[in-house]
Design a protein around this ligand. Sequence first.
Ligand code: T5A
Length: 227
Amino acid sequence: MNNAAEHSEEHTGLFVALEGGEATGKTTQIGLLRKWLQACGRHVVTTREPGGTAIGERIRPLLLDHGQGEVDPRTEALLFAASRAAHVRQLIRPALSRGEVVLCDRYVDSSLAYQGVGRGLGIEEVAQINRWATEGLTPDLTVVLDVDPEISRRRRAHRDGGAVGDRIESADNAFHSRLRQAFLDRAEAAPERYLVLDAAVDAQSIQQRIRTRLAKLLDLDQGVQTV
Ligand code: T5A
């Protein structure tokens, strides 16, 4: 049993979500964390939303691909929640029960920000369907990678060679600014469960700050060098 038990009464693992706007570096950070944690001898599950299970990966293109016809905000919110329900039941809870570290690329806060605030459905309504979908499972720590949406846009364009963004990332700048603030507001309301980092700095500096926090939660040697 690790120190994470102090943070959750229902499992012996550690559940960490990475959140933020588009192309803020979540996947990059998760890859680096995975290497470090494995070098420290921990069992690690890396996963993403929407997706992470067979059914979640089938829901993902319905949500992200262009050409689905009109997808109204309630349908969108319910599809994200459906993918999440399977994810929690089939992958996340079992891994946490085995004492593993789960690193999840987006979770409920993305729905609260994108659908609740960005699409205007309201945070409490979206929170309600997600409490039901997840049976109340909350991350032990949520890392918010915060960056100006214009920097995100440039990073995405650079990475994707100018290809058109997916259905949701193609929303206008006002949408992305609203959801950026929504993540910050969530973190401000519960600072003990969040780590907000400036994601405009280099990836290694961000990584060190996340490791410092996780090392405390897991009682690990932060100095293990893997990258
Ligand atoms: N969504 C999702 C909702 O609306 N509601 C929900 O409930 C959920 C779960 C998911 C979409 O669905 C929406 C949000 C999204 O619009 P996605 O493809 O998973 O779509 O999109 P993202 O989560 O944004 O993932 P990305 O892969 O696009 O971005 P990442 O993972 O944040 O960024 P990453 O690591 O791929 O890095 C992007 C680029 O920047 C570079 C990388 O090398 C890469 O080229 N980079 C840096 N450059 C400079 N400095 C740094 N510190 C850098 N870190 C990375």
